[in-house]
Design a protein around this ligand. Structure first.
Ligand code: ADP
Ligand code: MG
Length: 575
């Protein structure tokens, strides 16, 4: 080996390795899924690059990954002929975690292994999972299109550091050699490996091959009268695919099992947990494409990081084009993972071409509709599961009415709120639930918003509503104010803040109480004028109110002014 160097792992990698080895012990076979998944990604990347430079195939265009074992050396080798890595890439990709927000994520870990191992699930494990079963990992790689002398060897025991050295490597691609821990010898078993591949990697779209020993010529089954059967010819040793090796999304829905959909999700999303829900569709007609869209079960730790990549994996006619194509999903559905395979886009499509493209737009509309439909169906058929979705992603969905005018009503029907009906902070009341409980003569949907649920719940504005038994939605998320500015109507009913302007309860007001109110106002004649003089410029007006039953007074914003919540938001933003 030449030019050998030792590098330290990024701190977060060290933490990840520690946690992973302990927490994934009962599920250690997933290391193979992760390594095969990376090999398939490497094949996708090569195919894409070769679209514009066919020489990268180096006369070997049959992309595949091969598994082999060496029982004497105690090793498993996973070898692909994909894109490969240069020395710099290997140091970067196998020494750091290239995800923004990682540092923050790790700084939040509690140090309690049981708790933290749950968090790491949503983080994804990837290459480093090799160390669950191996106490030494050797990676030999050579990037497509470079000279055989530019190979690189990476080696680590999964502790603090790794070495890299220059090597000669004739074959393009990456070879990962796992030196198994003493108690992990079960993975040397051919049958065990095959069953792991079919469990986790059947959907991978390149062949996952294992070596089959030579089968000598033998006798076929004997005939009915005991005469010898025909000879079955010898089969020379060969590499044999042990997976289906077809693109899962091209298969018929009825041929794909739930488990396959779940494993495929883990492959494309780099998530570790099962998805909550998915929808697989072949769209024909003016624009033709296949979509496979997933809703994760957990929000990623970086969902609020605006720079974080999101979007769908894009294929054109089965050829992988790019990850994170964000043009196909509105921002308020940024939690959706999945892929699109278009028949119409050109193979040389770029992010620039995708922008302002009619085909893109049609696909985006189609996908948006699919996701909303999938959520509607879930809400209708499985409220409990829908609630799980809402608790994870509800606050993102609330960006919908502002962003997507054409689907405003649909998104609104998916929203869930806390309300005085339940009087707790669980957000599980839909606008339709609310409407079904509206009082005779009530024509508006009432809400109050505050900094916290406790503040909303004890708002003095609520008093008259509680007295009259009228339900009020209790809003306390930061985004709610923004939401309500854009959601002024649902199902032809106005949404009305109860802390805004003159509250006109319309037909809910009865004649008797109006009379009583007038009398009450007469009793305190002169008070208004005195308060006005005292407060002077500080307020724009002082009025009688009959909204309050226990509190003596409250501050309101006039009908067109900024709400107190919005004022606080603006102040927080430094305006
Ligand atoms: P992820 O797959 O989520 O990116 P991994 O930890 O599995 O994370 O892999 C880290 C990176 O290492 C990959 O993104 C890729 O750039 C590189 N890599 C891993 N395995 C291979 C491989 N077989 N061929 C080429 N690059 C690879
Ligand atoms: Mg990976």
């Amino acid at each position: 080996v030449a030019h050998q160097e030792t590098h330290g792992f990024q701190t977060e990698v060290k933490q990840l390795l520690q946690l992973m080895i302990h927490s994934l012990y009962s599920n250690k076979e997933i290391f193979l899924r992760e390594l095969v998944s990376n090999a398939a990604d490497a094949a996708d990347k090569l195919r894409f690059r070769a679209l514009s430079d066919n020489s990268l195939y180096e006369n070997d265009g049959e992309l595949r990954v091969r598994l082999s074992v060496d029982k004497d050396a105690n090793t498993i080798t996973i070898a692909d002929n994909g894109i490969g890595m240069t020395r710099d890439q290997i140091i970067e990709h196998l020494g750091t975690i290239a995800k923004s927000g990682t540092k923050e994520f790790f700084s939040q870990l509690s140090g309690d292994q049981a708790k933290d191992s749950k968090l790491i699930g949503q983080f994804g494990v990837g290459f480093y999972s090799a160390f669950i079963v191996a106490d030494k990992v050797t990676v030999r790689s050579r990037a497509a299109g470079v000279d055989a002398s530019q190979g690189v060897e990476w080696q680590s025991a999964g502790e603090g550091d790794f070495t890299v050295a220059d090597i000669e490597k004739k074959d393009r691609g990456t070879e990962i050699i796992l030196h198994l821990r003493d108690d992990e010898k079960e993975f040397l078993d051919d049958w065990r490996l095959r069953s792991i591949v079919s469990k986790y990697s059947d959907h991978i779209n390149i062949p996952v091959e294992m070596y089959k020993e030579e089968e000598p010529e033998r006798d076929g089954p004997a005939g009915p009268d005991g005469e010898p059967g025909e000879k079955i010819p010898a089969v020379p040793a060969h590499w044999e695919a042990v997976n289906k090796a077809t693109a899962l999304w091209n298969r018929d829905k009825s041929d794909v099992s739930d488990d396959e959909y779940k494993e495929f999700y883990k492959h494309i999303s780099h998530d570790f947990a099962d998805p909550l829900l998915w929808s697989h569709n072949k769209v024909e007609g003016k624009t033709e494409y296949t979509s496979l869209l997933y809703i994760p079960s957990k929000a990623p730790f970086d969902m609020w990081n605006r720079d974080q990549k999101h979007g769908l994996k894009l294929f054109v006619q089965r050829v992988f084009i790019m990850d994170d194509a964000e043009q196909f999903m509105p921002t308020y559905l940024r939690f959706v993972k999945g892929l699109l395979d278009s028949n119409d886009l050109p193979l040389n499509v770029s992010r620039e071409i995708l922008q302002d493209n009619k085909i893109t737009q049609a696909m985006r509309q189609g996908c948006t509709k699919r996701v909303l439909q999938m959520l509607e169906k879930l809400a209708k058929n499985d409220a409990e599961k829908y609630q799980l979705f809402w608790n994870e992603f509800g606050n993102v969905l609330k960006e919908g009415p502002a962003e997507d005018f054409s689907n405003k009503e649909k998104v609104a029907s998916l929203l869930r709120f806390a309300s005085t009906h339940n009087d707790n902070d669980a957000q599980n009341v839909s606008l339709d639930d609310y409407i079904s409980r509206m009082k005779e003569g009530q024509d508006k949907i009432y809400f109050v918003s505050a900094d916290s649920f406790a503040a909303a719940k004890s708002s003095p504005h609520l008093e008259v509503f509680r007295k009259k038994g009228i339900e009020v939605l209790l809003l306390s998320d930061r985004i709610d104010e923004w939401l309500m500015q854009h959601l002024t109507e649902y199902s032809e009913k106005a949404l009305q803040s109860i802390s805004r302007g003159d509250l006109d309860l319309g037909e809910l007001e009865d004649e008797d109480s109006k009379k009583a109110q007038e009398e009450a106002e007469k009793e305190v004649e002169g008070v208004l004028e005195r308060i006005k003089t005292v407060l002077g410029e500080k307020v724009s007006d002082v009025k009688f109110t009959h909204r309050l039953t226990d509190s003596p007074a409250c501050v309101v914003v006039d009908e067109y002014g900024m709400s107190t919540q919005m004022i606080k938001l603006m102040q927080a933003a430094g305006q």
